[in-house]
Design a protein around this ligand. Structure first.
Ligand SMILES: Cc1cc2nc3c(=O)[nH]c(=O)nc-3n(C[C@H](O)[C@H](O)[C@H](O)COP(=O)(O)O)c2cc1C
Length: 205
């Protein structure tokens, strides 16, 4: 089974993370799921979700909610240093931070590694795996931009939560799927979430 690390941080955009998790489970990935304290506040604010504090309880709840097999979604605590994602010898080669706060962008850019999200990202960078950040803030300050530039120069993919409108979205779900489709494309996960560029029907058809 393919494995991936999915981290949620405290930027706006919880629906992207939930849809991405759903797609990764459907694609039969084992997902190591990390959520910062601020991500939990955003999940409550944007989705009305109250995730359990215990990683074991959260794993069980998410497996049930997303129709995953037992053990397919593995939630990890923020100081769970013995988690596979904390070491280059065991960590998945792919990681997405979605949504990614400016605070976490900064911490990753500076190699802080003070919690499991920052450490897991540091591991993926040092092991030359694939790290995708989905930042959301507006406007960006020069600090944000410099941090993202440093990361891009290290090979990190900076994929701002900035859905397009050329696929003629009719709903928020369409906008969410646009972003998630682009993330899945970069991960190499097949999907049918959105029509591709050049294939969108015109409004007259
Ligand atoms: C509802 C809500 C929305 C937020 N939206 C953003 C955002 O879009 N971008 C951002 O960088 N921070 C945002 N923040 C602030 C971050 O959550 C805050 O800086 C936090 O310390 C980030 O911590 P983390 O990186 O550990 O998740 C938001 C906070 C809340 C409560």
């Amino acid at each position: 089974m393919n494995a991936i690390t999915l981290a949620l941080t405290g930027a706006s955009g919880a629906p992207y993370a939930l849809r991405l998790l759903e797609c990764l489970v459907q694609a039969d990935y084992r997902v190591y799921l990390l959520a910062s304290s601020a991500a939990r506040v955003v999940l409550k604010t944007e989705q009305g979700l109250d995730w359990p504090a215990s990683p074991q309880a959260l794993s069980a709840q998410l497996c049930a909610d997303f129709g995953a097999r037992a053990g397919q979604i593995v939630a990890c605590g923020k100081e769970e240093w013995f988690s596979p994602v904390a070491s280059g010898s065991a960590a998945p080669k792919q990681m997405v931070v979605c949504p990614c706060s400016m605070g976490t962008v900064s911490a990753i850019a500076h190699g802080a590694s003070e919690n499991l999200i920052e450490r897991a990202a540091d591991v993926v960078i040092k092991e030359r795996g694939q790290l995708i950040l989905v930042p959301r803030e507006t406007p960006f300050s020069a600090i944000h931009l410099e941090n993202m530039l440093s990361l891009a120069r290290l090979g990190v993919t900076i994929m701002p939560a900035a859905p397009g409108f050329y696929h003629e979205p009719r709903s928020i779900d369409d906008l969410v799927d646009f972003m998630v489709a682009r993330i899945l494309d970069h991960l190499g996960v097949a999907h049918t979430l959105c029509q591709r560029w050049g294939y969108a029907p015109s409004r007259d058809e």
